[in-house]
Design a protein. Sequence first.
Length: 280
Amino acid sequence: MKLQNFIKELYKARIRLLALVSKKRAGDAAFRIFCTPIGKGNYALSPLLQSAVQLTLQFGQYRLKGYCWNEGAKQKLLIAHGFRSHTQRFEHLVPGLIEKGYEVVAFDAPAHGHSSGKQINAVDYTQLVAVLTREYGPFSAYIGHSFGGLAVALAVSELPQPAAVKMVLFAPAADTGGLATVFFKQMAIGDREIQRHFYNNVIRLSGKELSWFTIKRCLPALKSEILWIHDQEDPITPVKEALEIQELAPPNIRFIFTKGLGHSKIYRDATVLKKVIDFL
């Protein structure tokens, strides 16, 4: 059994045991697990990462590790990685972005890579994108993958002039409700009361329902030019979420659908990357 599967089984057992004592405690524990990446994803610094300006940022209780390339360029771009990922997985984008004339900024999110912490949620990640925009921006473009794509979309929708930037979204986690449903299935959480206590954690943290943290909800505020790239066979963020938004025919969003690249190869494919660079 793979280590990640073994840990998932331990988590499932913990939730079952807690439910015998208190369904609230089980729901609270389930939410913490939902926000906990299995495997922090530490990495050795590659030559490209070593060549960057090394950045650190105190974000609440977290000490975050970041990088900056081509410092001082007229245009700035922020890369936001996904859940259980880190900056190094996106370093292959940097040379092309520099050639395009961008200063490139990227940070490991809390509980990821070389940043501190054990958990992350959509509230914190969205706030982090907003803080990075204030501290290292303004950015004229953003690239976000999966959970990072959701955080970018939510944060940009709150900007005073969201139309002034471009966004590239690789397989964004467009519907957090859908992610929660998948999580409940994986953890065998069918009890509605446990699920209710799970959702109450979102309200406690943000004052908002989980449905607020969706790209569809903030579409009216997103005036940016957006390139949305999604694989038809993505097992993590189902393509149906992208198709539902495509049916709304937002004039500022261009969709590219691939087949066979899945959730992670999609941001490494040479053909896709050329389209990204051309868009930016």
